[in-house]
Design a protein around this ligand. Sequence first.
Ligand SMILES: C[S@@+](CC[C@H](N)C(=O)[O-])C[C@H]1O[C@@H](n2cnc3c(N)ncnc32)[C@H](O)[C@@H]1O
Ligand SMILES: [Zn+2]
Length: 253
Amino acid sequence: MKKIDSTVENYPFESNDFRHYFQNLYRDRGIKAFYQFLNRPLRRSFSRSLIKKYAPVGLGLEVGVGERTIAPTDRTILSDGFAEHGVGQSIARAYFKGDDTPFEDETLSFVLSEHVLEHIPNPIKSLKEWIRILKVGGKLIIFLPHKERTNDCHRSVTSLEHLISDYEKDVSINDDTHFQDWWENVVEKGLMPEHYKHIPKDELISTGSVHHHVWTEKEIIELFEYLGLKVLFYDPKVYDRRDSFAVIAEKTS
Ligand SMILES: C[S@@+](CC[C@H](N)C(=O)[O-])C[C@H]1O[C@@H](n2cnc3c(N)ncnc32)[C@H](O)[C@@H]1O
Ligand SMILES: [Zn+2]
């Protein structure tokens, strides 16, 4: 387990972020990866431009980087909660959970996270952590699967009241109600992701593979405003990641 210095000066930043994007794309798709890589929209140029616009300078953290990144890697700490995620090897260079990061207060200019908050059992706890480590003026850049365009389409959206209750109860990864909801409304409807089918139930939970909660941009905007953030941008259907919506917010005080 690699830990990193909370001053971040010792972190090894890398200049070529496309290598990180490409390496697992190649493993998944073989020769087709070259086409996807060279095809601008599939290379996530729109999403990258959002990061460039809202976080043009300063150090950032990506939480739950998984297999590939669109972060500017010459100034982003790539982290993941699990050394090996159920769907493959993470490219993370540092490992810690999203609700317990090794940084001082107000260290970072942005926190980026794509398709991760739904894997976290207690989202408010993690979001408070991400807000704590952001500088005033820092940006939270979040991409999430949209309820209607993923395997969660039969589930109900998660309300703000539910998330507050999870936070008050200090809900952990072992929460049974989240897993039950996922099992009944995803697995029993025949929508379990193919690459999860060989993974034992315990491991699905312990590797953070299950979607604990389900959202659209509306609930996330409400949640961010509840947490005192100023929402700067949202997109219900991200042009170069069509199952996703994005919300970008600023820490103002
Ligand atoms: C669906 S993958 C997304 C990976 C990548 N960000 C992407 O967009 O393709 C979810 C990632 O979140 C990570 N993860 C799950 N729970 C986490 C937690 N509590 N803290 C940090 N990372 C977590 C997993 O290990 C996995 O890499
Ligand atoms: Zn919950």
